[in-house]
Design a protein around this ligand. Structure first.
Ligand code: NAP
Ligand code: GLV
Length: 320
């Protein structure tokens, strides 16, 4: 029987589905750093990996029989794709099933950051709310705002669909312009220059993968080009934004607020960001609703079973 290492826990019946395949399932929440993985590495044909697992050349050297790495995430920056391709190891991810959940969270962070909901919650709990006043706890106007979407893929488009309901004006940038029919359907305008999008948007929301090209895409210089009083939302990957520079832009301007689900060195957060009242901080929960997490686990399991039984994977990143 083939062996699959599962970096658990997985929600739903994914583990049972793997066992019934039939496959030997070795599971450990410690992931590829665990003793259980070390013991199973030389016989493992598949790894169901989480974003906290680093799959690199060193790991591939310990797994001579490996055929598939099924990442339980759409982002695959934790996996050395070139090393897997060179070794003939298939890599899969979990696109689509988490798109709406992640867009929900991005939108939630945008509204929270703009209207200062979490900050207000802390204030109420601290007993610092004295009375209603016309000038008290003012935030930015959400409906009708100009929203700049950086990375207009699955999640970026799902955010744009939500923005329509709020009467927002959506601009987007990425390397490839979308077909006109999609722009029209989503009411979105292509803005080829990221700097122009930054200078003309009331809020920017990030939906690019982490690649060498997008690492620190929002550094001090880029943040300085954002509109005074604007908002940055990041549900993409932490290293897309220079956290120290972001903390400075939140303290001295031009940013009014930020909503962040991802950080450069998770689970650690830059102390200067922790100190900012105008930063809403979420613990990487973009896809964290139960049906979404079940669907992600189920898709990863299906990919493993298909590859180990000689079929093409459903959602390949590195195909066979
Ligand atoms: P996707 O459909 O592949 O969309 C990514 C978009 O980014 C593409 O349309 C791509 O267009 C654009 N892009 C790539 N490189 C770019 C660059 N250098 N400059 C500008 N645009 C660029 O991916 P998705 O499913 O929307 O997911 C996006 C990312 O969200 C994932 O990679 C993951 O890191 C993150 N994510 C986070 C959570 C969370 O829990 N917070 C959950 C799910 C996903 P072009 O190729 O035309 O440039
Ligand atoms: C989560 O961060 C994902 O990439 O799915």
């Amino acid at each position: 029987m083939d062996t699959v290492f599962v970096s658990g826990p997985l929600l739903g019946d994914a583990r049972e589905v793997l066992r019934e395949a039939p496959l030997e399932v070795v599971e450990d929440p410690g992931g590829v750093g665990s003793e259980a993985f070390a013991r199973a590495a030389d016989r493992a044909r598949g790894i169901v990996a989480l974003i906290t697992d680093r799959v690199d050349a060193a790991l591939l050297a310990r797994t001579p029989r490996l055929s598939i790495v099924a990442n339980v995430a759409v982002g695959v920056d934790n996996v050395d794709l070139a090393a897997c391709a060179a070794r003939g190891v298939v890599v899969t991810n979990t696109p689509d099933v988490l798109t709406e959940a992640t867009a929900d969270l991005a939108f939630g962070l945008l509204i929270d950051a703009a209207r200062r909901i979490s900050e207000g919650d802390r204030l109420v709990r601290a007993g610092a709310w004295e009375r209603w006043s016309p000038t008290f706890h003012l935030g930015a106007r959400v409906h009708g705002m100009k929203l700049g979407v950086v990375g207009f893929g699955r999640i970026g488009k799902a955010v744009a669909r939500r923005a329509r309901g709020f009467g927002m004006h959506v601009g987007y940038t990425q390397r490839r312009r979308e077909p006109e029919a999609i722009e029209r359907a989503l009411g979105a305008t292509w803005v080829p220059s990221l700097d122009e999008l930054c200078a003309t948007s009331d809020a920017i929301t990030l939906h690019v993968p982490l690649t060498p090209e997008t690492r620190h895409l929002f550094d001090a210089a880029r943040l300085a080009r954002m509109r005074p009083g604007s908002i940055l939302v990041n549900t993409a990957r932490g290293p897309v934004v220079d956290e120290a520079a972001l903390a400075r832009a939140l303290e001295r301007g031009p940013l009014a607020a930020a909503g962040l689900d991802v950080f450069e060195r998770e689970p650690r957060v830059h102390p200067a960001l922790l100190a900012r009242e105008n930063a809403v901080l979420a613990p990487h929960i973009g896809s964290a609703d139960r049906p979404t997490r079940e669907a992600m686990a189920s898709l990863a399991a299906a990919n493993v079973i298909r590859v180990l039984s000689g079929q093409p994977p459903l959602t390949p990143v590195v195909p066979r």
